[in-house]
Design a protein around this ligand. Structure first.
Ligand SMILES: [Zn+2]
Length: 465
Protein backbone atom coordinates (compact mmCIF):
# COMPACT_ATOMS: atom_id res chain seq x y z
CA UNK A 1 0.00 0.00 0.00
CA UNK A 2 1.02 3.56 -0.71
CA UNK A 3 1.43 6.01 2.21
CA UNK A 4 1.06 9.78 1.83
CA UNK A 5 2.68 12.27 4.17
CA UNK A 6 -0.19 14.67 4.79
CA UNK A 7 2.02 17.02 6.79
CA UNK A 8 4.03 17.76 3.62
CA UNK A 9 1.69 17.06 0.68
CA UNK A 10 -1.50 19.15 0.36
CA UNK A 11 -4.80 17.26 0.06
CA UNK A 12 -5.36 18.68 -3.46
CA UNK A 13 -2.19 16.94 -4.64
CA UNK A 14 -3.09 13.70 -2.86
CA UNK A 15 -6.51 13.55 -4.59
CA UNK A 16 -4.93 14.22 -8.00
CA UNK A 17 -2.28 11.60 -7.37
CA UNK A 18 -4.83 8.95 -6.33
CA UNK A 19 -6.88 9.58 -9.50
CA UNK A 20 -3.87 9.54 -11.82
CA UNK A 21 -2.49 6.37 -10.25
CA UNK A 22 -5.87 4.64 -10.53
CA UNK A 23 -6.11 5.61 -14.20
CA UNK A 24 -2.58 4.38 -14.85
CA UNK A 25 -3.36 1.09 -13.09
CA UNK A 26 -6.32 0.74 -15.49
CA UNK A 27 -8.81 0.80 -12.60
CA UNK A 28 -12.52 1.18 -13.39
CA UNK A 29 -13.48 2.63 -9.97
CA UNK A 30 -11.91 4.32 -6.96
CA UNK A 31 -13.57 3.69 -3.58
CA UNK A 32 -13.14 5.93 -0.54
CA UNK A 33 -14.47 3.93 2.43
CA UNK A 34 -14.84 5.77 5.77
CA UNK A 35 -14.05 3.50 8.72
CA UNK A 36 -13.76 4.03 12.44
CA UNK A 37 -10.06 4.94 12.43
CA UNK A 38 -9.25 5.89 8.86
CA UNK A 39 -10.45 6.27 5.27
CA UNK A 40 -9.60 3.25 3.13
CA UNK A 41 -8.91 3.92 -0.56
CA UNK A 42 -9.40 0.98 -2.91
CA UNK A 43 -9.10 0.52 -6.70
CA UNK A 44 -11.21 -1.87 -8.78
CA UNK A 45 -8.92 -3.52 -11.30
CA UNK A 46 -10.20 -6.27 -13.65
CA UNK A 47 -13.34 -6.54 -11.55
CA UNK A 48 -11.69 -6.96 -8.12
CA UNK A 49 -11.17 -4.34 -5.39
CA UNK A 50 -7.64 -3.89 -4.13
CA UNK A 51 -6.47 -1.77 -1.17
CA UNK A 52 -4.46 1.25 -2.29
CA UNK A 53 -3.88 3.54 0.71
CA UNK A 54 -5.22 4.55 4.15
CA UNK A 55 -5.94 8.18 4.94
CA UNK A 56 -5.81 9.25 8.63
CA UNK A 57 -9.27 10.17 9.97
CA UNK A 58 -8.30 13.82 10.56
CA UNK A 59 -7.74 14.38 6.82
CA UNK A 60 -10.86 12.48 5.70
CA UNK A 61 -13.18 15.49 5.67
CA UNK A 62 -10.77 17.65 3.64
CA UNK A 63 -10.18 14.93 1.13
CA UNK A 64 -13.88 14.18 0.53
CA UNK A 65 -14.61 17.93 0.33
CA UNK A 66 -11.93 18.32 -2.33
CA UNK A 67 -13.50 15.51 -4.41
CA UNK A 68 -16.96 17.07 -4.02
CA UNK A 69 -15.58 20.45 -5.08
CA UNK A 70 -13.99 19.20 -8.31
CA UNK A 71 -17.07 17.13 -9.17
CA UNK A 72 -19.43 20.10 -8.74
CA UNK A 73 -21.27 18.83 -5.67
CA UNK A 74 -22.65 20.82 -2.78
CA UNK A 75 -19.77 20.75 -0.28
CA UNK A 76 -21.99 21.81 2.64
CA UNK A 77 -24.36 18.85 2.18
CA UNK A 78 -23.11 15.68 3.83
CA UNK A 79 -26.33 14.07 5.03
CA UNK A 80 -27.78 13.24 1.61
CA UNK A 81 -26.36 11.19 -1.30
CA UNK A 82 -25.03 13.27 -4.20
CA UNK A 83 -23.97 12.67 -7.80
CA UNK A 84 -21.36 14.61 -9.69
CA UNK A 85 -18.86 14.43 -12.52
CA UNK A 86 -15.26 15.33 -13.19
CA UNK A 87 -14.15 16.08 -16.72
CA UNK A 88 -10.80 17.51 -17.54
CA UNK A 89 -7.06 17.07 -17.47
CA UNK A 90 -5.62 15.80 -14.20
CA UNK A 91 -1.91 15.17 -13.88
CA UNK A 92 -1.62 15.25 -17.66
CA UNK A 93 -4.37 12.67 -18.23
CA UNK A 94 -7.59 13.61 -20.03
CA UNK A 95 -10.24 11.99 -17.85
CA UNK A 96 -14.01 11.63 -17.69
CA UNK A 97 -15.35 10.47 -14.33
CA UNK A 98 -18.67 10.01 -12.58
CA UNK A 99 -18.70 10.59 -8.83
CA UNK A 100 -21.19 9.55 -6.17
CA UNK A 101 -21.32 10.06 -2.40
CA UNK A 102 -23.33 8.16 0.18
CA UNK A 103 -23.68 9.05 3.87
CA UNK A 104 -22.79 5.98 5.97
CA UNK A 105 -22.58 5.58 9.75
CA UNK A 106 -18.78 6.13 9.61
CA UNK A 107 -18.89 9.14 7.28
CA UNK A 108 -19.40 9.90 3.62
CA UNK A 109 -18.44 7.08 1.25
CA UNK A 110 -17.34 8.25 -2.15
CA UNK A 111 -16.94 6.29 -5.39
CA UNK A 112 -15.34 7.64 -8.55
CA UNK A 113 -16.04 5.73 -11.77
CA UNK A 114 -13.43 6.28 -14.44
CA UNK A 115 -15.17 6.17 -17.83
CA UNK A 116 -13.21 4.70 -20.67
CA UNK A 117 -14.48 5.10 -24.21
CA UNK A 118 -11.53 3.43 -25.88
CA UNK A 119 -13.25 0.09 -26.22
CA UNK A 120 -16.64 1.24 -27.47
CA UNK A 121 -14.95 3.38 -30.08
CA UNK A 122 -12.99 0.47 -31.48
CA UNK A 123 -16.12 -1.23 -32.81
CA UNK A 124 -18.10 -4.43 -32.24
CA UNK A 125 -15.34 -6.36 -34.02
CA UNK A 126 -13.16 -5.93 -30.94
CA UNK A 127 -15.67 -7.15 -28.32
CA UNK A 128 -14.57 -10.79 -28.38
CA UNK A 129 -17.53 -12.23 -30.32
CA UNK A 130 -16.71 -15.59 -31.91
CA UNK A 131 -16.95 -15.65 -35.69
CA UNK A 132 -20.33 -17.41 -35.63
CA UNK A 133 -21.82 -15.08 -33.01
CA UNK A 134 -20.51 -12.02 -34.82
CA UNK A 135 -22.21 -13.06 -38.06
CA UNK A 136 -25.48 -13.56 -36.16
CA UNK A 137 -25.16 -10.15 -34.52
CA UNK A 138 -24.54 -8.46 -37.87
CA UNK A 139 -27.65 -10.09 -39.34
CA UNK A 140 -29.69 -8.98 -36.32
CA UNK A 141 -28.76 -5.31 -36.50
CA UNK A 142 -29.42 -5.13 -40.25
CA UNK A 143 -33.16 -5.58 -39.61
CA UNK A 144 -34.68 -2.06 -39.50
CA UNK A 145 -37.32 -2.93 -36.90
CA UNK A 146 -37.76 -5.25 -33.96
CA UNK A 147 -36.18 -5.34 -30.56
CA UNK A 148 -32.69 -6.51 -29.63
CA UNK A 149 -31.92 -7.09 -25.97
CA UNK A 150 -28.53 -7.18 -24.31
CA UNK A 151 -28.54 -8.96 -20.98
CA UNK A 152 -26.16 -9.55 -18.13
CA UNK A 153 -25.47 -8.53 -14.55
CA UNK A 154 -24.02 -5.14 -13.56
CA UNK A 155 -20.44 -4.91 -14.79
CA UNK A 156 -20.88 -7.50 -17.55
CA UNK A 157 -19.95 -5.03 -20.28
CA UNK A 158 -23.54 -4.55 -21.51
CA UNK A 159 -23.16 -0.78 -22.06
CA UNK A 160 -20.00 -1.22 -24.09
CA UNK A 161 -21.77 -3.67 -26.38
CA UNK A 162 -24.82 -1.39 -26.74
CA UNK A 163 -22.70 1.69 -27.53
CA UNK A 164 -20.59 -0.28 -29.99
CA UNK A 165 -23.73 -1.40 -31.85
CA UNK A 166 -25.03 2.20 -31.88
CA UNK A 167 -21.69 3.43 -33.22
CA UNK A 168 -22.04 1.02 -36.13
CA UNK A 169 -25.63 2.13 -36.83
CA UNK A 170 -24.80 5.82 -36.43
CA UNK A 171 -25.11 7.14 -39.99
CA UNK A 172 -26.14 10.47 -41.45
CA UNK A 173 -29.43 9.10 -42.80
CA UNK A 174 -30.66 7.70 -39.46
CA UNK A 175 -32.25 9.43 -36.48
CA UNK A 176 -31.07 7.72 -33.30
CA UNK A 177 -32.59 8.76 -29.98
CA UNK A 178 -31.57 7.34 -26.63
CA UNK A 179 -33.14 7.51 -23.18
CA UNK A 180 -30.66 6.63 -20.49
CA UNK A 181 -30.03 6.69 -16.77
CA UNK A 182 -27.26 7.70 -16.66
CA UNK A 183 -25.84 8.66 -20.06
CA UNK A 184 -22.58 6.73 -19.90
CA UNK A 185 -20.97 8.00 -23.06
CA UNK A 186 -21.59 11.00 -25.29
CA UNK A 187 -21.67 10.01 -28.94
CA UNK A 188 -21.61 12.58 -31.72
CA UNK A 189 -24.69 12.27 -33.93
CA UNK A 190 -27.01 10.77 -31.30
CA UNK A 191 -29.84 12.51 -29.47
CA UNK A 192 -29.31 11.38 -25.89
CA UNK A 193 -31.88 12.04 -23.17
CA UNK A 194 -31.09 11.76 -19.46
CA UNK A 195 -33.94 10.39 -17.31
CA UNK A 196 -34.79 12.64 -14.35
CA UNK A 197 -37.34 10.96 -12.13
CA UNK A 198 -37.33 13.89 -9.64
CA UNK A 199 -39.28 15.97 -12.15
CA UNK A 200 -41.28 13.04 -13.51
CA UNK A 201 -39.09 12.53 -16.59
CA UNK A 202 -39.01 8.73 -16.45
CA UNK A 203 -38.32 6.15 -19.19
CA UNK A 204 -41.97 5.78 -20.14
CA UNK A 205 -42.60 9.55 -20.40
CA UNK A 206 -39.52 10.14 -22.55
CA UNK A 207 -40.35 7.16 -24.75
CA UNK A 208 -43.81 8.46 -25.55
CA UNK A 209 -42.27 11.76 -26.73
CA UNK A 210 -39.49 10.02 -28.64
CA UNK A 211 -42.05 8.23 -30.79
CA UNK A 212 -43.27 11.61 -32.02
CA UNK A 213 -39.70 12.60 -32.98
CA UNK A 214 -39.52 10.41 -36.10
CA UNK A 215 -36.81 8.05 -34.85
CA UNK A 216 -35.27 5.15 -36.79
CA UNK A 217 -33.42 3.66 -33.86
CA UNK A 218 -34.24 3.97 -30.16
CA UNK A 219 -32.01 2.98 -27.27
CA UNK A 220 -33.73 2.41 -23.94
CA UNK A 221 -31.01 2.30 -21.29
CA UNK A 222 -32.70 -0.44 -19.31
CA UNK A 223 -36.10 -2.12 -19.21
CA UNK A 224 -37.01 -2.15 -15.51
CA UNK A 225 -40.80 -2.03 -15.45
CA UNK A 226 -43.87 -3.26 -17.25
CA UNK A 227 -44.79 0.10 -18.77
CA UNK A 228 -41.36 0.61 -20.35
CA UNK A 229 -41.35 -2.98 -21.61
CA UNK A 230 -44.73 -2.54 -23.25
CA UNK A 231 -43.82 0.75 -24.97
CA UNK A 232 -40.51 -0.77 -26.13
CA UNK A 233 -42.26 -3.69 -27.76
CA UNK A 234 -44.93 -1.52 -29.34
CA UNK A 235 -42.31 0.88 -30.72
CA UNK A 236 -40.41 -2.00 -32.28
CA UNK A 237 -43.40 -3.39 -34.15
CA UNK A 238 -44.23 0.01 -35.62
CA UNK A 239 -41.09 0.17 -37.72
CA UNK A 240 -38.36 1.15 -35.25
CA UNK A 241 -35.26 -0.71 -34.23
CA UNK A 242 -35.21 -0.78 -30.43
CA UNK A 243 -32.12 -1.67 -28.42
CA UNK A 244 -32.26 -2.18 -24.69
CA UNK A 245 -30.70 -4.00 -21.77
CA UNK A 246 -32.31 -6.27 -19.21
CA UNK A 247 -30.77 -7.36 -15.94
CA UNK A 248 -31.04 -11.13 -16.47
CA UNK A 249 -28.67 -14.09 -16.79
CA UNK A 250 -29.34 -15.59 -20.20
CA UNK A 251 -31.65 -15.63 -23.22
CA UNK A 252 -34.26 -17.81 -21.57
CA UNK A 253 -34.58 -15.79 -18.36
CA UNK A 254 -34.87 -12.63 -20.48
CA UNK A 255 -37.92 -13.97 -22.29
CA UNK A 256 -39.39 -15.06 -18.96
CA UNK A 257 -38.74 -11.65 -17.40
CA UNK A 258 -40.57 -9.91 -20.24
CA UNK A 259 -43.51 -12.30 -19.93
CA UNK A 260 -43.55 -11.61 -16.17
CA UNK A 261 -43.78 -7.89 -17.02
CA UNK A 262 -47.06 -8.69 -18.76
CA UNK A 263 -45.83 -7.91 -22.24
CA UNK A 264 -48.42 -9.39 -24.60
CA UNK A 265 -47.13 -12.68 -25.97
CA UNK A 266 -48.28 -12.09 -29.54
CA UNK A 267 -46.53 -8.70 -29.62
CA UNK A 268 -43.33 -10.04 -28.08
CA UNK A 269 -43.22 -12.97 -30.49
CA UNK A 270 -43.36 -10.70 -33.51
CA UNK A 271 -41.17 -7.94 -32.04
CA UNK A 272 -38.19 -9.84 -30.63
CA UNK A 273 -35.26 -10.11 -33.07
CA UNK A 274 -32.59 -11.44 -30.80
CA UNK A 275 -30.96 -11.60 -27.39
CA UNK A 276 -27.28 -11.18 -26.57
CA UNK A 277 -26.24 -12.39 -23.11
CA UNK A 278 -22.79 -11.73 -21.76
CA UNK A 279 -20.37 -12.03 -18.85
CA UNK A 280 -16.83 -10.84 -18.40
CA UNK A 281 -14.01 -13.29 -17.70
CA UNK A 282 -10.48 -12.32 -16.73
CA UNK A 283 -7.95 -12.88 -19.48
CA UNK A 284 -4.93 -15.10 -18.88
CA UNK A 285 -1.64 -13.29 -18.99
CA UNK A 286 -0.05 -14.57 -22.24
CA UNK A 287 3.42 -13.98 -20.78
CA UNK A 288 3.19 -16.36 -17.83
CA UNK A 289 0.18 -18.72 -18.37
CA UNK A 290 0.99 -22.38 -17.82
CA UNK A 291 -0.08 -25.59 -19.56
CA UNK A 292 -1.50 -28.41 -17.43
CA UNK A 293 -3.46 -31.63 -17.96
CA UNK A 294 -7.20 -31.22 -17.24
CA UNK A 295 -8.72 -33.08 -14.30
CA UNK A 296 -11.53 -35.62 -14.64
CA UNK A 297 -14.30 -33.05 -14.05
CA UNK A 298 -12.88 -30.62 -16.62
CA UNK A 299 -12.52 -33.43 -19.17
CA UNK A 300 -16.14 -34.39 -18.61
CA UNK A 301 -17.36 -30.79 -19.02
CA UNK A 302 -15.49 -30.35 -22.32
CA UNK A 303 -16.77 -33.72 -23.52
CA UNK A 304 -20.39 -32.93 -22.71
CA UNK A 305 -20.45 -29.27 -23.75
CA UNK A 306 -18.22 -29.29 -26.82
CA UNK A 307 -17.90 -32.99 -27.64
CA UNK A 308 -14.13 -32.64 -27.46
CA UNK A 309 -11.41 -34.75 -25.82
CA UNK A 310 -9.15 -32.24 -24.15
CA UNK A 311 -5.64 -33.27 -23.08
CA UNK A 312 -4.12 -29.93 -22.10
CA UNK A 313 -5.29 -26.56 -20.80
CA UNK A 314 -3.82 -23.20 -19.92
CA UNK A 315 -4.05 -22.03 -16.30
CA UNK A 316 -3.05 -18.80 -14.55
CA UNK A 317 0.36 -18.52 -12.95
CA UNK A 318 -0.72 -17.44 -9.46
CA UNK A 319 2.60 -15.76 -8.74
CA UNK A 320 2.08 -13.53 -11.78
CA UNK A 321 4.75 -11.60 -13.63
CA UNK A 322 5.63 -7.99 -14.43
CA UNK A 323 2.75 -7.87 -16.95
CA UNK A 324 -0.10 -9.10 -14.73
CA UNK A 325 -1.74 -9.58 -11.33
CA UNK A 326 -1.88 -13.24 -10.23
CA UNK A 327 -1.62 -14.42 -13.83
CA UNK A 328 -4.47 -12.35 -15.27
CA UNK A 329 -4.54 -9.12 -17.24
CA UNK A 330 -7.65 -7.50 -18.74
CA UNK A 331 -11.03 -9.05 -19.35
CA UNK A 332 -12.87 -10.66 -22.28
CA UNK A 333 -16.61 -11.06 -22.86
CA UNK A 334 -18.22 -14.49 -23.02
CA UNK A 335 -21.40 -14.35 -25.10
CA UNK A 336 -24.56 -16.17 -26.08
CA UNK A 337 -26.37 -14.84 -29.15
CA UNK A 338 -29.92 -16.03 -29.73
CA UNK A 339 -31.60 -15.18 -33.03
CA UNK A 340 -35.35 -15.63 -32.63
CA UNK A 341 -36.52 -18.14 -35.24
CA UNK A 342 -40.04 -19.17 -36.29
CA UNK A 343 -40.14 -22.12 -33.90
CA UNK A 344 -39.43 -19.84 -30.91
CA UNK A 345 -41.96 -17.28 -32.19
CA UNK A 346 -44.62 -19.98 -32.32
CA UNK A 347 -43.64 -21.19 -28.87
CA UNK A 348 -43.89 -17.65 -27.46
CA UNK A 349 -47.38 -17.37 -28.84
CA UNK A 350 -48.46 -20.52 -27.07
CA UNK A 351 -50.03 -19.52 -23.73
CA UNK A 352 -49.90 -23.05 -22.35
CA UNK A 353 -46.21 -23.65 -23.07
CA UNK A 354 -44.29 -24.89 -20.01
CA UNK A 355 -41.02 -23.28 -18.93
CA UNK A 356 -39.08 -26.48 -19.68
CA UNK A 357 -40.49 -26.63 -23.18
CA UNK A 358 -39.53 -23.04 -23.89
CA UNK A 359 -36.09 -23.71 -22.46
CA UNK A 360 -35.52 -26.68 -24.74
CA UNK A 361 -36.90 -24.70 -27.66
CA UNK A 362 -34.44 -21.85 -27.08
CA UNK A 363 -31.42 -24.12 -26.72
CA UNK A 364 -32.32 -26.48 -29.55
CA UNK A 365 -31.92 -23.67 -32.03
CA UNK A 366 -28.37 -23.12 -33.23
CA UNK A 367 -27.39 -21.08 -30.17
CA UNK A 368 -23.89 -21.43 -28.73
CA UNK A 369 -24.47 -21.24 -24.96
CA UNK A 370 -22.47 -19.04 -22.60
CA UNK A 371 -20.73 -22.20 -21.38
CA UNK A 372 -19.79 -23.36 -24.88
CA UNK A 373 -18.49 -19.93 -25.84
CA UNK A 374 -16.56 -19.73 -22.56
CA UNK A 375 -15.00 -23.17 -22.98
CA UNK A 376 -13.97 -22.32 -26.54
CA UNK A 377 -12.17 -19.31 -25.12
CA UNK A 378 -10.51 -21.57 -22.54
CA UNK A 379 -9.29 -23.88 -25.31
CA UNK A 380 -7.93 -20.87 -27.16
CA UNK A 381 -5.87 -20.01 -24.06
CA UNK A 382 -7.61 -16.65 -23.62
CA UNK A 383 -9.18 -17.35 -20.25
CA UNK A 384 -9.07 -20.15 -17.70
CA UNK A 385 -11.47 -22.91 -16.73
CA UNK A 386 -11.52 -21.43 -13.20
CA UNK A 387 -12.86 -18.14 -14.58
CA UNK A 388 -15.63 -19.87 -16.55
CA UNK A 389 -16.48 -21.87 -13.43
CA UNK A 390 -16.69 -18.61 -11.46
CA UNK A 391 -18.96 -16.72 -13.88
CA UNK A 392 -21.24 -19.48 -15.23
CA UNK A 393 -23.39 -22.07 -13.48
CA UNK A 394 -21.73 -24.93 -15.37
CA UNK A 395 -23.95 -27.76 -14.16
CA UNK A 396 -27.15 -25.88 -14.95
CA UNK A 397 -25.89 -24.98 -18.41
CA UNK A 398 -24.82 -28.59 -19.03
CA UNK A 399 -28.28 -29.87 -18.12
CA UNK A 400 -29.82 -27.53 -20.66
CA UNK A 401 -27.41 -28.75 -23.32
CA UNK A 402 -28.06 -32.40 -22.53
CA UNK A 403 -31.82 -31.94 -22.55
CA UNK A 404 -31.75 -30.08 -25.82
CA UNK A 405 -29.47 -32.74 -27.29
CA UNK A 406 -32.07 -35.37 -26.40
CA UNK A 407 -34.73 -33.21 -27.93
CA UNK A 408 -32.63 -32.78 -31.03
CA UNK A 409 -32.14 -36.51 -31.35
CA UNK A 410 -35.90 -36.97 -31.04
CA UNK A 411 -36.34 -34.39 -33.76
CA UNK A 412 -33.80 -36.13 -35.96
CA UNK A 413 -35.57 -39.43 -35.51
CA UNK A 414 -38.83 -37.76 -36.50
CA UNK A 415 -37.10 -36.18 -39.46
CA UNK A 416 -35.61 -39.48 -40.54
CA UNK A 417 -39.05 -41.01 -40.34
CA UNK A 418 -40.35 -38.14 -42.47
CA UNK A 419 -37.45 -38.61 -44.81
CA UNK A 420 -38.26 -42.26 -45.37
CA UNK A 421 -41.82 -41.35 -46.14
CA UNK A 422 -40.75 -38.54 -48.41
CA UNK A 423 -38.28 -40.76 -50.23
CA UNK A 424 -40.96 -43.26 -50.88
CA UNK A 425 -42.85 -40.38 -52.43
CA UNK A 426 -39.72 -39.42 -54.45
CA UNK A 427 -39.41 -35.91 -53.01
CA UNK A 428 -36.41 -33.76 -52.09
CA UNK A 429 -34.64 -34.50 -48.81
CA UNK A 430 -34.23 -32.11 -45.88
CA UNK A 431 -31.02 -31.97 -43.85
CA UNK A 432 -31.39 -32.05 -40.03
CA UNK A 433 -30.43 -28.98 -37.93
CA UNK A 434 -26.99 -29.05 -36.35
CA UNK A 435 -25.34 -27.23 -33.48
CA UNK A 436 -22.30 -25.55 -34.99
CA UNK A 437 -19.21 -25.04 -32.89
CA UNK A 438 -16.69 -22.71 -34.52
CA UNK A 439 -13.23 -23.98 -35.27
CA UNK A 440 -10.63 -22.07 -33.28
CA UNK A 441 -8.81 -20.79 -36.36
CA UNK A 442 -11.87 -18.81 -37.39
CA UNK A 443 -12.90 -18.10 -33.82
CA UNK A 444 -12.37 -14.39 -33.53
CA UNK A 445 -13.22 -11.73 -36.01
CA UNK A 446 -10.37 -9.73 -34.53
CA UNK A 447 -7.81 -10.55 -31.85
CA UNK A 448 -9.39 -10.12 -28.39
CA UNK A 449 -8.80 -6.86 -26.57
CA UNK A 450 -9.14 -6.07 -22.88
CA UNK A 451 -12.39 -4.55 -21.60
CA UNK A 452 -13.03 -0.96 -20.37
CA UNK A 453 -11.36 -0.07 -17.16
CA UNK A 454 -8.51 -2.23 -18.32
CA UNK A 455 -7.37 -0.11 -21.24
CA UNK A 456 -4.54 2.33 -20.56
CA UNK A 457 -5.68 5.91 -20.86
CA UNK A 458 -3.66 7.79 -23.41
CA UNK A 459 -1.68 10.78 -22.29
CA UNK A 460 -2.68 14.13 -23.69
CA UNK A 461 -0.47 16.15 -25.98
CA UNK A 462 0.54 18.72 -23.41
CA UNK A 463 1.81 16.03 -21.08
CA UNK A 464 4.18 14.57 -23.63
CA UNK A 465 6.36 17.67 -23.59
ZN1 LIG B 1 1.91 -12.62 -16.26
Amino acid sequence: MVAYDFTKVPVIKVVDDIIVRAANMEASDIHFDPRENDLLVRFRVDGDLKDYTRVPKIYERNLITRIKLISNMNITENRLPQDGAIKGVIGGLSLDMRVSTLPTNEGEKCVIRILDYTRSLSGIESLGFSHTNFEKLKRMIEVPNGIILITGATGSGKSTTVYSILQRLNKAETNIITVEDPIEMNIEGLNQVQVNSEIGLDFATVLRSILRQDPNIILIGEIRDSETAKIAVRASITGHLVLSTVHTNNSLSTIERLLDMNVERYLLSSALTGIISQRLAKMLCPHCRKKVAPDAYQKKVFQLALGKEVTELYVANEEGCEHCIHGYHGRIAVQEVLVINDAIRDALNNETLERDELRKMVYTSDVITLLQDGLDKVLAGITSFDEIYRIIDIDDDLNVLLESKEKQEEKQEEKQEDLKQEKSKNKNTVSPPQITIPSLDSFFTNPPMPYPGTVPIKQTEDNKN
